[in-house]
Design a protein around this ligand. Structure first.
Ligand code: NAI
Ligand code: MG
Length: 372
């Protein structure tokens, strides 16, 4: 029996292109692993009414972790229109498979490293080395949403919050509500993950990104829990920031930050901002992790206009493979892969279009594999 069972979920569009690149590098790494191709994505929505079939969930339960490419997703009405005729009008609702994976496997940590590799012409500065921990299961992404606002719920809200007065003159069918839900434990565990990481890799600070001056209850809970967790790590300072100010500071002096932590929505936004400082979607890797399972994915989507052309930059995917190797405890392989990636970037000979080059996705993967 191989040591690891790793599910490969290319998904849609360029998810397939970059998964082919990942395979080239994984071949070179030579892990003691079985790789299992897995069904996920738009085709399964169209033909079965489920982008993440139950058989995939069952299979994932037997795996060590999963490597994911990208999926195409669309708003409700457009998704319904794409279903096979016999599946239409049955009330099937498109659900994002990646959000579902996060919820099903309680993948509460979203790890988003943003590191500037020397020689990358897309770097905003060359001294950026950020690691963002984004809470991945709660907040506005919990999917507790209403439109129209149900009358009984409206009555309850009016009973409990005087601020509902502001909406007095608006009909319920003209009100949409999305609930921001954070739990004490949800706050605690993501902050703790950030502090553990800071401790392990000797970062002097953890920066919390919230908005407690306005969103008093949810951001307030996060801040209070973060302070309690921080008290357990005397050598590491907690910096409390507001998300709007953070957006400016990340542009002004990103080199001042190391480990950052935030709730789902704000974490989503600042991690995209940070990713652009070090090369954008072609370089943005991520891991969705629980304490026992993980799904690794480049941050980019399926970029339909480039699908199957092997034009896009696989660096995001290759850095994602590096994250996976770290998570598996294969530190030597992870280091060797990162060093090879850094060498190819520094040399500047093999580059995809986004870096000003003309090479293909697979050229880059082969160049990295050769350096290993
Ligand atoms: P996208 O990330 O797919 O692409 C946007 C643009 O970024 C591309 O047209 C391309 O110019 C550039 N780009 C993306 N990846 C690149 C790479 N590796 N190298 C070089 N350039 C790259 O985002 P878009 O167009 O908003 O969404 C397309 C589809 O992907 C949609 O259906 C969307 O819902 C889905 N999506 C899926 C995600 C996921 O699977 N986690 C995340 C984001 C979007
Ligand atoms: Mg995002």
């Amino acid at each position: 029996m191989p040591k690891y069972r790793i599910a490969l979920m290319p998904g849609d569009g360029i998810g397939n292109d970059v998964m082919d690149a990942a395979k080239i590098v994984l071949d070179k790494v030579g892990l003691d692993a079985e790789y299992i191709p897995t069904d996920i994505g738009w085709e399964f929505w169209r033909q079965e009414g489920e982008a993440l079939p139950q058989r995939t969930v069952d299979l994932l339960k037997t795996c060590t972790c999963a490597l994911f490419g990208a999926i195409t997703s669309m708003p409700k009405e457009e998704a319904e229109a794409e279903l096979l005729p016999e599946l239409q009008g049955k009330g099937l609702v498109y659900r994002s498979p990646i959000v579902r994976l996060r919820q099903t496997f309680d993948l509460y940590m979203n790890l988003r490293p943003c590191k500037a590799y020397a020689g990358n012409p897309l770097n905003y500065r060359d001294d950026i080395d950020l690691v963002i921990f984004r809470e991945n299961t709660q907040d506005l992404y919990a999917g507790v949403e209403f439109h129209p606002l149900p009358e009984d719920l409206r009555a309850k809200l009016e009973e409990h919050s005087p601020n509902m007065k502001a909406f007095k003159g608006t009909a319920s069918e003209d009100i949409a509500v999305s609930c921001r839900i954070l739990t004490r434990e949800g706050c605690r565990r993501i902050v703790r993950a950030a502090f553990e990481y800071a401790k392990k890799f000797n970062y002097p600070t953890v920066t919390l990104v919230e908005k407690p001056n306005v969103i008093r209850e949810t951001s307030g809970l996060m801040v209070r829990e973060a302070r309690k967790v921080a008290a357990e790590y005397p050598g590491i300072e907690l910096w409390e920031t507001n998300v709007d100010a953070m957006a400016m500071w990340l542009v002004k002096n990103p080199q001042n930050y190391g480990v950052m932590v935030s709730s789902n929505m704000f974490g989503d936004i600042i991690s995209d901002l940070a990713a652009q400082l070090v090369g954008g979607l072609g370089f943005a890797s991520s891991g969705n992790m629980s304490d026992t399972f993980a799904v690794f994915e480049p941050t980019h989507g399926s970029a339909p206009k480039y699908a199957g052309q092997y034009k896009v930059n696989p660096m995001a995917m290759l850095l994602t493979v590096k994250l996976m190797l770290d998570w598996l405890g294969e530190f030597e392989s992870a280091k060797a892969l990162e060093t090879a990636i850094a060498a190819v970037i520094a040399e500047g000979k093999i580059r995809t279009y986004d870096m000003g080059g003309k090479n293909t996705t697979l050229d880059v993967a082969h160049a990295v594999a050769e350096k290993m």
